[in-house]
Structure formats: C-alpha cells, structure tokens
Design a protein around this ligand. Structure first.
Ligand code: FMN
Ligand code: SF4
Length: 290
C-alpha cells in the first residue's frame, strides 16, 4: 500500500504540472484495466485499497484530495462503467469467454454471469463523484486487452484479438444504453459517450439522436478521429461526408502499437500509408493470417 501512496503523490504532482502548463482539466483514468480501474474491482485485495467500495475508491479519493490541495484545475474521470469476463479466441477464431462455467465476480459494473452489466455500484460511484465535485465523466466499457469487442466494436480484430462474437452494432447499442441509464440517473452530470465509430456513415444521425434524447451530453470519437479528424467540421458545416475517410474498423491503429509501432490510420490516412511502418504492418498481418 505504501507504493500506491507514492503513485497517488505522482498523480497529484502531474495534475499540478498540467495546471501550470495551462491545461483546462485533468482526467483521472478509471477504465480499460489500468490501475484506477483495477482498484474499482479490487474486491479481494487486503488493506486500505481493497474490499469495500469505500476502500476501492480510496485511490481516486486520495488523488482528488491531493489535487484540490495543490491546484484549482477541474477534474474529470474516464470510466469503464461495465465490465465482462475476459474473452479469448475460440477454435473457429470467434471470441468466447475465458472460462466456461458461466461465473465471474471480478468485474466492476458487471453481473455474476460475466456477460452483463450491473450498475448498482456504478451509481454509488457517481454519488462519490458528486461529493468530490467531479462534473465530467467519459463513459467506456471493459478493456481493449481482455474484452475488446465490448469496448471498441469492430468488424476486423486487431492482431491480439478475436472475430466478433456479436454484431458490432450490438456493442455500439450496449454502450449507448448503459450511458443513457447513467445520464438518466444523474442528469446534472456532464457525460461523454464512446464507441460510435462502427456506425460509420450513420454516426452523425445517431449522434444527433442520442444528444436530443438526453442519453448523453457529448459524443466522443475514438477511431473515427484517427481516420477522419475533420468529420465533426464536415457535419456541422453541412459539407457531406468524405466516404474515403470513414473508419471501417480495420483495427490497424491497434495492431500497430501491439506490434511495437506507432498508432495511426495506416489503411486510410495518406500520411501513415506512406510510412515504412505501413509496409511492416502489412507483412506482420500476412504472417499472422498464414
Ligand atoms: C489506437 C487507439 C488508442 C486508444 N487509446 C486510448 C487511451 O489512451 N485512453 C482511452 O481512454 N481510450 C483509448 N482508446 C479507446 C477510445 O477512446 C474509444 O473508447 C474506443 O476506440 C471506442 O470508440 P470508437 O468506436 O469511437 O473508436 C483508444 C482506441 C484506439 C483505437
Ligand atoms: S486503422 Fe483506420 S480504419 Fe482501421 S480502425 Fe483504425 S482508424 Fe479505423
């Protein structure tokens, strides 16, 4: 625990640096299997950072307390609001649960089947956010490392992934619905939603609908911002979409860093297409497929 105390101090020092550098806010990451997210599901950890929800949120609360004592920078959180049992590639290449006995109790925001959400503790966490004066939360789900299809719905898996076990649209809808449930419960919070890129040409229409129906305040773009950074400008200016720039969820932007290279939209962005890394990526993918 004393090592963790030092990590908390590092987060506080980093926030102070961000404040001095002129950033508008800091985001305390609690998603995707990274440290803050791990603490939320540290049900079995002994000591002051594990066990009860109070203990499991000590990491977050201590960082927020430290930041408040050293700067005025506003604080946001990026949260995996639901989690599933880890998946692995089955014999047919399609993803399947890591264990077949249909039980999983280790996921924050997950139910005991490992294949569904239970938002009871998530709502309690939002009460804690309110108490801490956190007003901006960016919702995501699961992790790109052990359950990528719920986090980042895609038709084509990255090199360490598996074929989608569900229509990726189901993954998009799941994130919209769960985010909407949270927004309904906490209308005063400013909520960002994720996982819209698989909607492709229909992203603008769905984005407009979810904001209009108050399921979310902001639509966050992940992969689409790599392939088509000016998509929001084209939508707002009524220019029509540039089809050749629309992300098709090829996952090369994930495969490249998994293979030790920089990330970027290698299939669609001419800048990345022309890099030596693009040729290396092609070779690696061919080898993996053969
Ligand atoms: C190459 C790549 C890098 C990412 N890095 C981060 C990250 O550092 N932090 C984070 O919270 N999410 C990260 N994400 C996840 C995205 O923010 C987003 O949640 C996810 O891609 C689903 O949204 P999309 O459908 O718009 O891509 C990353 C995604 C990709 C593809
Ligand atoms: S590499 Fe480009 S097209 Fe493929 S998922 Fe990433 S952003 Fe989308």
């Amino acid at each position: 625990d004393s090592d963790i105390d030092r990590v908390v101090d590092d987060f506080v020092a980093a926030a102070q640096m961000a404040s001095e550098a002129g950033f508008h806010f800091v985001d305390i990451k609690h998603c995707h299997g990274y440290l803050g997210h791990e603490f939320l599901s540290a049900f079995n950890r002994p000591g002051k950072y594990g066990g009860s929800l109070e203990h499991r949120t000590r990491f977050l609360r201590s960082i927020v307390e430290g930041i408040r004592a050293t700067s005025n920078i506003p604080i946001a959180v990026r949260l995996s609001a639901f989690d599933w049992i880890p998946f692995k590639e089955g014999a047919d290449g399609v993803g399947k649960p890591w264990n077949d006995n249909g039980a999983y109790t280790e996921g924050f925001g997950g139910n005991e089947t490992g294949l569904g959400a239970d938002l009871k503790e998530v709502f309690q966490l939002f009460e804690i956010f309110k108490h801490l004066g956190i007003e901006l939360v960016c919702i995501t789900g699961g992790s790109p490392y052990y359950v990528p299809h719920i986090q980042r719905p895609a038709l084509f898996p990255p090199s360490d992934g598996y074929l989608p076990p569900e229509d990726p649209l189901v993954g998009v809808a799941r994130q919209i619905q769960i985010t909407g449930q949270i927004k309904k419960q906490f209308p005063e919070m400013k909520i960002v939603g994720s996982a819209y890129s698989y909607l492709q040409e229909w992203l603008p229409q769905v984005a407009e609908a979810v904001v209009e129906q108050e399921l979310v305040d902001f639509v966050g773009l992940g992969r689409m911002v790599l392939s088509y950074p000016d998509m929001p400008a084209d939508i707002l200016e009524g220019n029509g979409l540039k089809r050749q720039k629309i992300c098709r969820t090829f996952s090369d932007c994930t495969t490249a860093p998994r293979q030790g290279m920089i990330s970027g939209c290698f299939p669609l962005d001419p800048f990345y297409k022309g890099m030596p890394e693009a040729a290396r990526l092609k070779e690696i993918k061919q080898k993996l497929e053969s």
